[in-house]
Ligand binder design. Sequence first.
Ligand SMILES: [Fe+2]
Ligand SMILES: [Fe+2]
Length: 171
Amino acid sequence: MLSEKINKALNEQIAKEAFASSAYLAMASWCEQKGYEGATNFFYKQSEEERMHMMKIFHFVNEAEGKAISPAVAQPEHDFPSYRSVFEAALAHEKGVTKSIHELVKLATDQNDFRTLNLLQWFVDEQLEEENQIQTILDKLNLIGDNGVGIFMIDTEVGKKAAAKDPAAEV
Ligand SMILES: [Fe+2]
Ligand SMILES: [Fe+2]
């Protein structure tokens, strides 16, 4: 049985994952309109992954005899000044999510809630992976430069990353 406090915190995390899914969908839309094929596929897949994250917590809460709440989702940002800025926004967003996962770990530790801790361990690893992935893309933009040719090259790489992703296999 989940404590009320943990249940509430997990529902807040469900809402954050839902917002992340919506935010990535908006990023995919911007990239698609601009013709950045690689980033378009990358962000569509990210959006799917975030929904999987949401569902992973959602099922956990109900299986642990808690009460999972389907969240209201705020409208995300749809306008970005540049290719680079989309990835910067994505990284800033992931860092915020990492922080909230770490706060959840602390809460579950304080309450000796080992089942929730076990779930969260997966998310700790996942956050590290996601932050690294986006940081790597930003590093390449810094290295190659975000002029037309640089972006074209990097977008091709990002497209390969997207093609290798299987959101359903992630969880
Ligand atoms: Fe997530
Ligand atoms: Fe994420």
